[in-house]
Design a binder for this molecule. Structure first.
Ligand code: KIV
Ligand code: ZN
Length: 385
């Protein structure tokens, strides 16, 4: 089984989620949990963006030993110098430097010609490699860039010393087929591509970030970038827990695995949600509160006979205690009876029938039937003569 590196950017791109601002302690706690989760690389932040950010990245670089720690820099010597000061004590200092390559960005944002962009990228990668043993270069907005221009610039930044080439779908514009093709094209046309690791970095504007990341893996990506809970700029980044679990569950298809300790996923998700203040939607894959919950009578009955009828992932695999049978208006008698027993009641058939009827009538008026509601119903039927 081939290996794919997981590059977590929860503390950099994830922190770019509107309204999120992590303090030093919170960043350090998340970094320690990401290390436990087994991410290969964590992007701790953007050291040149503020003094606090610099200190957070420095503290993380000095503390985390089992994951490689990186920081972001624009293609500017001063950003690279600041990043070096923040990262030099890391066990494997790594820099992530980026420059836009799409006509839209080069014309309107950078106001540079394509040749000037190549010159700057090459100069900055060469400069970074004077200190950093590992330098990732990102072609920002790669998916809206000209492919032959990408081939040209990638070849030259590799010659300048880049060790990882990242092709970000910065604005979440691409589709799985197109993104896969881009990786194939770069692999087939950049002559020195075998010297580097190829990375995928997807945003979720069209809801395709995870599918695009998986397509990249199918077409030669050896690293995927993303965040916990899929947080990030605008609609967010690819959710790394979703990519990793998809690789695990569908390994017959993808034939790639990661180093993630999958049963640390839930704990990591909870911590990120708590410190960022970003609630995880109930229906979010893998970590949402409903991901292992079953409400309909038909599903509950199947689950009670054999969990594989309606679950393709075990909750234990991702660090969640157990599946949850939710009692609601679609639930059947079988699940209700089970719940009654678990609450310590042993009712006659007749009382059980009465309680089930009262429960069903309550579900017409109330969405969430709690244990307290059930206690009230059960006490009522028990005391009924
Ligand atoms: O989405 C993006 O292009 C980025 C770059 C900084 C790599 O986050
Ligand atoms: Zn990004």
């Amino acid at each position: 089984m081939a290996h794919v590196n997981v590059f977590d950017t929860t503390l950099r791109d994830g922190e770019q989620s509107p309204g999120v601002n992590l303090n030093k302690l919170e960043k350090l706690e998340i970094a320690k949990q990401l290390e436990k989760l087994g991410v290969d690389i964590m992007e701790a932040g953007f050291p040149a963006s503020s003094q606090n950010e610099f200190e957070s990245v420095q503290e993380i670089a000095r503390t985390v030993k089992n994951s490689s720690v990186t920081g972001l820099a624009r293609a500017k010597k001063s950003d690279i110098d600041t990043a070096w000061e923040a990262l030099k004590d890391a066990s494997e200092p790594r820099l992530h430097v980026f420059l836009a390559t799409s006509p839209i960005h080069m014309t309107h944002k950078l106001k540079k010609t394509p040749d000037e962009v190549i010159e700057t990228a090459v100069e900055m990668v060469r400069y970074a490699r004077e200190r950093f043993p590992q330098v990732e270069w990102s072609a920002e907005d790669a998916c809206r860039s000209d492919r032959d221009f990408l081939v040209r610039i990638i070849e030259q930044v590799i010659d300048a010393g880049a060790t990882v080439i990242n092709l970000p779908d910065t604005v979440g514009y691409t589709t799985p087929y197109e993104y896969g093709e881009l990786f194939r094209y770069v692999k087939e046309n950049v002559p020195n591509i075998e010297k580097v690791s190829l990375s995928a970095h997807c945003h979720d504007d069209l809801g395709m970030a995870v599918a695009n990341s998986l397509a990249a893996i199918e077409n030669g990506a050896t690293q995927i970038e993303g965040t916990i809970n899929g947080i990030g700029e605008r609609a967010g980044n690819a959710s790394i827990e979703e990519v990793a679990v998809a690789l695990q569950i569908r390994n017959n298809f993808y034939e790639h695995s990661t180093n993630l300790v999958l049963n640390e996923i839930k704990r990591t998700s909870d911590l990120v949600s708590k410190f960022t203040g970003m609630a995880v939607p109930g229906n979010k894959a893998i970590v949402g509160k409903n991901a292992f919950a079953h409400e309909s009578g038909i599903h509950q009955d199947g689950m009670m006979k054999n969990a594989s009828t309606y679950e393709i992932i075990t909750p234990e695999m991702v660090g969640i205690g157990a599946s949850n049978m939710v009692l609601g208006k679609h639930s059947g008698r079988h699940a209700f009876e089970d719940k009654v027993k678990s609450l310590g009641y042993d009712l006659s058939d007749e009382k059980l029938k009465e309680a089930f009827k009262a429960f069903k009538s309550l579900t017409d008026r109330k969405k969430d039937v709690t244990d307290e509601d059930l206690f009230t119903i059960l006490t009522d039927v028990q005391t009924d003569s």
